[in-house]
Design a protein. Structure first.
Lengths: 115, 111
């Protein structure tokens, strides 16, 4: 079956512009995560959605970052007034349920470059 | 400062050699996972360890969780070029849903 897909695969934007990144999780997966990966580094947790519960936004680095998810389907991560330090790969993952007991399946990521 | 420290950051070896990657923390984790990530792709889960002292084997890969559940290691025997990639450890604290990732170890196995 289809895995997690993300679009666009690459995005180059000018400092100060807003960007929207999209994630299509695996069908039936109730949990969805967004992570940021800076060049050559590990993943930083950004936000977590589980079903209809309020999202865990504790990893969002500033109020310029926001994310939405429609039901148990598509999610969008929005970065407003982008800064150069926002340049990174943004990864989305989905899982059948909440917590570590359910394997997270990652998409290929969106590489964001802010010039 | 990362909650999970991985070492070394980079490892280059010849095909057939052995290697060990370490993941250390001052915090206790209820479980620890190891992932491998290849360029342009997302990480793929290799293993989850949950019990202190646990050892799991996956073909030529051996994973160990420390007795105190603060550290872990990944050992690869007779490495092959296909083992090349970024190895990431990730831990979950008790009653938590979020994974905390280490900084990664980049492994290059030369033919």
């Amino acid at each position: 079956g289809a895995g997690v897909s993300q679009s666009p695969s690459n995005k180059v934007t000018e400092k100060g512009k807003d960007v929207e990144l999209r994630c299509d999780p695996i069908s039936g997966h109730t949990a969805l995560y967004w992570y940021r990966q800076r060049l050559g580094q590990g993943l930083e947790f950004l936000i977590y959605f589980q079903g209809n519960s309020a999202p865990d936004k504790s990893g969002l680095p500033s109020d310029r970052f926001s994310a939405e998810r429609t039901g148990e389907s598509v999610s969008t991560l929005t970065i407003q007034r982008t800064q150069q330090e926002d340049s990174a790969v943004y990864l989305c993952a989905s899982s059948l349920g909440p917590g570590w007991t359910y394997e997270q399946y990652f998409g290929p990521g969106t590489r964001l470059t802010v010039t | 400062t990362q909650l999970l420290e991985q070492s070394p950051q980079f490892l280059s070896i010849q095909e057939g050699e052995n290697l060990t990657v370490y993941c250390n923390s001052s915090s206790v984790f209820s479980s620890l996972q190891w992932y491998r990530q290849e360029p342009g792709e997302g990480p793929v889960l290799l293993v989850t360890v949950v019990t202190g002292g646990e050892v799991k084997k996956l073909k030529r890969l051996t994973f160990q969780f420390g007795d105190a559940r603060k550290d872990s290691s990944l050992h690869i025997t007779a490495a092959q070029p296909g083992d090349t990639g970024l190895y990431l450890c990730a831990g979950v604290k008790a009653a938590g849903n979020k994974l905390t990732f280490g900084g990664g170890t980049r492994v290059l196995v030369k033919p």
